[in-house]
Design a protein around this ligand. Structure first.
Ligand SMILES: [Zn+2]
Length: 296
C-alpha cells in the first residue's frame, strides 16, 4: 500500500485557463503551509509513510517547507511549473525536469529519484519522457493512470501498451517476480495509480477527487481486494476552507469541491485501516525478499 502526495497549491488546476500558467499564481492566497502541516500531522498520527512529489514553483518559494518534509519523508519531483507533458517539446520537458531535480537536491541535499507528471500526462505517445527521466537520475515513476483521465491516461494501463521496448518495469510484476529487478537494471520502476476492474474497465477510486467522491465502505472493500494499492492526494483535497476560484466551470467546481469537508476524516480512517508506506520502502521490501538468507 503506497501513499503519495502531490505538493502543489489549491489553484494549481490544469483544466482552467485562468490558472494554467504561472502569471497569476503569485496573486492567490498561500495555503500550502497549513495544508502540508495537516498532511504531516495525519502521517504522524496514523504512523504512515508517504512519497511527496513537489513542484519546483512551491520549492522555490518555500524551501523551508521542502526541508521539513524531506527531513522525514521521501521526496520526488512533480516538475517545475506543473505543465502537461504532451504540451511540451522533449527539450522543454528535459529542461524543466532537470531544473526541478537540481532545485530539490540543492534544498534538501538528497538525491531525487521519483517523478510524477502533472495530470498523469504521460500517455502512450509520451513514453519517450521515461528515457529523459532515466538519463537524469529518476528511477521510480508514478505517472501512469490506467483509465482515460482529463489530461492523460493509458486505458487498460501498462498491460495495454501496444509494443514492447519501453524502459518500464511494472512494480506489480516485481511483487510477483522480484528477480526481474536484477534482470532489468536500467529500467524505471513504474508505480501506476491503482484501480478496480468493473466489467473489464479500470476504475480509479482511491486518489484525488475519486477518493473524495467514493463512499468509504466501497474504497475499503476494493482496497482489501487489491494486491497493489497506490493512492494520490493533493493538499487541497483536504482543505475545506479553500477559496472558490471565480469563473470556474460547474464541472470543475464539482470535481474540486465535492467531499472536501469529510476528506480529512476519511483519509485518517483509510490510513488507520491500511498500512501505507512510501515508494522507497516498498522497493526495499522487495529487495529484502530477494535475499532469503540475508544475515544482517
Ligand atoms: Zn499536480
Amino acid at each position: 500500500m503506497i501513499l503519495t502526495f502531490d505538493i502543489e497549491e489549491w489553484f494549481h488546476l490544469l483544466d482552467f485557463d485562468a490558472t494554467r500558467s504561472e502569471l497569476q499564481w503569485d496573486s492567490y492566497e498561500i495555503r500550502i503551509y497549513d495544508n502540508v502541516e495537516r498532511l504531516l500531522r495525519i502521517l504522524d498520527e496514523t504512523n504512515s509513510r508517504a512519497t511527496f512529489f513537489i513542484i519546483g514553483w512551491v520549492a522555490q518559494r518555500y524551501p523551508d517547507l521542502v526541508r521539513k518534509i524531506a527531513e522525514r519523508y521521501q521526496i520526488g519531483t512533480h516538475t517545475m511549473n506543473h505543465q502537461l507533458v504532451w504540451q511540451q517539446s522533449r527539450e522543454d520537458f528535459r529542461n524543466d525536469v532537470v531544473s526541478s531535480i537540481h532545485l530539490l537536491e540543492d534544498i534538501t541535499g538528497k538525491p531525487v529519484e521519483c517523478f510524477r507528471a502533472p495530470g498523469f500526462s504521460i500517455r502512450e505517445s509520451e513514453l519517450w519522457a521515461l528515457d529523459i527521466l532515466y538519463e537524469n537520475g529518476i528511477r521510480y515513476d508514478s505517472s501512469i493512470f490506467p483509465a482515460k483521465g482529463s489530461h492523460g491516461g493509458i486505458p487498460g494501463g501498462l498491460s495495454n501498451l501496444q509494443r514492447e521496448g519501453y524502459i518500464l518495469l511494472d512494480f506489480r510484476k516485481l511483487q510477483q517476480s522480484p528477480e526481474l529487478l536484477q534482470q532489468h537494471p536500467e529500467h524505471i520502476i513504474e508505480f501506476p495509480i491503482s484501480s478496480h476492474k468493473i466489467c473489464g474497465k479500470d476504475l480509479v477510486f482511491n486518489g484525488g477527487g475519486y477518493f473524495r467522491l467514493m463512499p468509504y465502505p466501497l474504497i475499503q472493500r476494493w482496497s482489501k481486494e487489491s494486491a497493489y494499492l497506490l493512492s494520490y492526494i493533493h493538499p487541497r483535497d483536504l482543505d475545506a476552507s479553500q477559496p472558490m476560484l471565480p469563473g470556474l466551470p460547474l464541472s470543475r467546481r464539482f470535481k474540486s469541491y465535492v467531499g472536501l469537508k469529510s476528506a480529512e476524516s476519511k483519509l485518517r480512517k483509510y490510513l488507520s485501516d491500511f498500512q501505507f508506506t512510501d515508494i522507497r520502502t516498498a522497493v526495499e521490501a522487495i529487495l529484502n525478499d530477494q535475499k532469503p538468507n540475508h544475515q544482517e
